[in-house]
Structure formats: structure tokens, C-alpha cells
Design a protein around this ligand. Structure first.
Ligand code: ATP
Length: 327
């Protein structure tokens, strides 16, 4: 394990009966570049049921692995108690008491793990921007404020590593921006953050590194910049029949194509614009627009999931999961 490694897993596995929730996971999360003071923000991505929460539960000591190894801040996860105060975690929404204030709730939660000084609680409230609201009762808080308070309870021990399961879940755009700014600030102060999310746009804006998990296995991992730069030049197309275009493009070797949210198609790989245009027109697809595109995390993710589906699994399992509608 390298000196800057914050989370390292080798063959980490968790079975629930016959379900392989996490299946031989080799994950590597680093503290950020040397000489850059900001900590890394690692986004853990994958469809519903891929094994993200199970992994996070093992890393935070809430679940015992069936097999494999994991080290968090250099220590095996079975020694977790010794690194407890260096790790802050928000795994499930904390059970806050609605008729206690934010400060009282934090004090109560901290008392369950050895207690905290009043200044530590004040500092955590300040970090998440709730110091002005600290003495308001929780039932008057918005979902975004509760989410920030959840992060505050993870910050009370002033951890070096913050692990968050779906911190953006259920937030409106304003709440998302609040949590994004908060996580950026914490990373600028040197904290390493590991978070799971379904919101690819958010992850692209926020994270320095990502890992993609599918069916309990890691199928991609790396720095966001490097992953988005890979795969050859990207081209964005607007055509009359996207379905037909995708099927033509799917037959080309070393070309990856994905439909984007706005009805256009993003193509990466070893064909330039002129070649793509010629191939599509020859197949009877009318091309209205064709321009260089910045590759997005969404298209990278969709390509990776598709490649994972067609490469790794037996046909029967593929057919079953291709119809499961998860995303
Ligand atoms: P989501 O994005 O929906 O939260 P996830 O990637 O976090 O999904 P997990 O919650 O880790 O996925 O679930 C992985 C698999 O393990 C799923 O098939 C799930 O049904 C199963 N699983 C998780 N926890 C348990 C449990 N306690 N008992 C049995 N099966 C479980």
C-alpha cells in the first residue's frame, strides 16, 4: 500500500446467502496529489444494487466482509476502533430527534461514541454553515439542512477521511449546491472524501476521482480528467433516427456511442467526424448536426456499463439484467 493510500481493498467480498453483493473488489483511494493541499474527492458510482452501500458498510465497520482485505487509513478494517476518530461517516440518515435543536442532536449523537467538547460541536456546525441555526429545533429544518447536519455529525471528530453514502439524495438544486460547496471547502482544507452517488453531473463537477461498480465488481477506476480524456476524440451527433444510428455505431469496432439526455448521441473512439457521417448516411440515417464534444461523465459511465454487460457475464444473466431497468 502506498503512503498516500487512504482506502485500499483487495478481493473485498460480501455474500448475503447466494447474493454476491460485493465480489472481489480491488479499490484504491488516494489522499490527493502531493504538493496540492486539497484532498481527493472520490465518487463511487454504480446502478441500484451494484454493491456501493455494502462496500461502504464494510469500510465503516457496520458489516463484516465474507472475504478479502481492506485497509482504511492504513489499518485493516477489523482494527476500526483504533482509527474511529479519524473517519467520519454518514451511511444512513441519522435518527435526529425533531424536538431537539441541531446542537442538542449533535451532542446526543456524539455521546454515543465517547462524547465531544462543546467547541468541537460548534466547529462542526460552523463548517456546514449551520452555526446560526444551531439552536433551532430539527422539525423546522429543510431536507438540505438536515443533510448538512448529518454531515456535521460526521465532522465532529474532525476526521481525515469522510465517507458519505448518497449525500445528495433527495436534495433540490439549492440543497445540492450547498452540499457541493461544503464538500469542496472540506477538501480544500485537506480532507479526503469518499462518496457514493447516482448524480453523474454532480460527481463530474465535484469529484477528482471515480470508481464504477457493477454487480459487486469494480469495472473502472481513475482520475476524472484521465477517464474523460480516454476513448479517442468525442463527437456529438443529432440525427433523425437515434435508435438506428446507435445500432449502426454499435457494430463498429473500437467505437463507443451513447444517447445523451437531450436526444443527441455522443460518440468516442477511432473514427473521425467525416467517417462517422459517411457511415451513417450510407445506412440511411440523416445527420443534422455533427460537432466535437466534451466527453461527459454520463457518457463515460453509460459506455462503461454497456462494455461491462457485454464482456463479463454469461448470456442468461445478461438477458436477465438487461431487462431490470436499473440505472
Ligand atoms: P443502491 O444504489 O440502490 O443503494 P447499492 O449499490 O448501494 O444500491 P447495495 O445496497 O450494496 O447496493 O446492495 C447490493 C446487493 O446486495 C443487492 O442485491 C441487495 O439486494 C443486496 N443486499 C444488500 N444488503 C442486504 C442484506 N442485508 N441482506 C440481503 N441482501 C442484501
Amino acid at each position: 500500500m502506498s503512503a498516500s493510500s487512504v482506502i485500499e481493498t483487495e478481493g473485498l467480498t460480501k455474500h448475503f446467502g447466494h447474493i454476491r453483493a460485493v465480489d472481489g473488489l480491488d479499490l484504491s483511494v488516494h489522499a490527493g496529489a502531493i504538493f496540492v493541499h486539497a484532498g481527493a474527492i472520490f465518487g463511487f458510482l454504480g446502478p441500484n444494487g451494484a454493491g456501493k452501500s455494502t462496500t461502504i458498510r464494510m469500510l465503516t465497520g457496520l458489516l463484516r466482509p465474507t472475504g478479502g482485505e481492506a485497509r482504511v487509513l492504513g489499518r485493516p478494517i477489523r482494527d476500526r476502533l483504533r482509527v474511529g476518530r479519524s473517519i467520519g461517516a454518514l451511511v444512513d440518515e441519522p435518527a435526529f430527534y425533531p424536538y431537539l435543536t441541531a446542537r442538542q442532536n449533535l451532542r446526543l449523537l456524539a455521546s454515543l461514541s465517547g462524547g465531544a467538547r462543546a467547541e468541537e460541536i460548534q466547529e462542526a456546525l460552523k463548517l456546514v454553515g449551520l452555526d446560526q441555526d444551531a439552536d433551532r429545533k430539527l422539525h423546522t429544518f429543510s431536507h438540505g439542512m438536515r443533510q448538512r447536519l448529518g454531515i456535521a455529525q460526521a465532522l465532529v471528530p474532525r476526521p481525515r477521511l469522510l465517507i458519505l453514502d448518497e449525500p445528495a439524495s433527495g436534495l433540490d438544486p439549492e440543497g445540492l449546491a450547498e452540499v457541493r460547496d461544503l464538500l469542496r471547502r472540506l477538501s480544500e482544507e485537506g480532507m479526503t472524501i469518499f462518496l457514493s452517488s447516482h448524480l453523474l453531473g454532480e460527481v463530474e463537477q465535484l469529484c477528482t476521482d471515480v470508481g464504477v461498480i457493477s454487480h459487486g465488481k469494480l469495472i473502472a477506476q481513475g482520475a476524472v480528467g484521465g477517464l474523460l480524456a480516454g476513448g479517442g476524440p468525442a463527437v456529438r451527433l443529432r440525427v433523425d433516427d437515434a435508435r438506428k444510428a446507435l445500432s449502426v455505431l454499435a457494430d463498429l469496432p473500437n467505437v463507443m456511442a451513447a444517447a445523451t439526455g437531450d436526444g443527441s448521441i455522443e460518440v468516442g473512439g477511432e473514427r473521425d467526424s467525416a467517417q462517422l457521417n459517411e457511415l451513417l448516411v450510407r445506412a440511411g440515417v440523416r445527420v443534422y448536426e455533427l460537432r466535437p464534444a466534451h466527453r461527459t461523465l454520463e457518457s463515460f459511465y453509460l459506455e462503461t456499463m454497456r462494455a461491462g454487460k457485454s464482456n463479463d457475464r454469461p448470456d442468461a444473466e445478461k438477458a436477465e439484467n438487461d431487462n431490470d431497468g436499473s440505472g
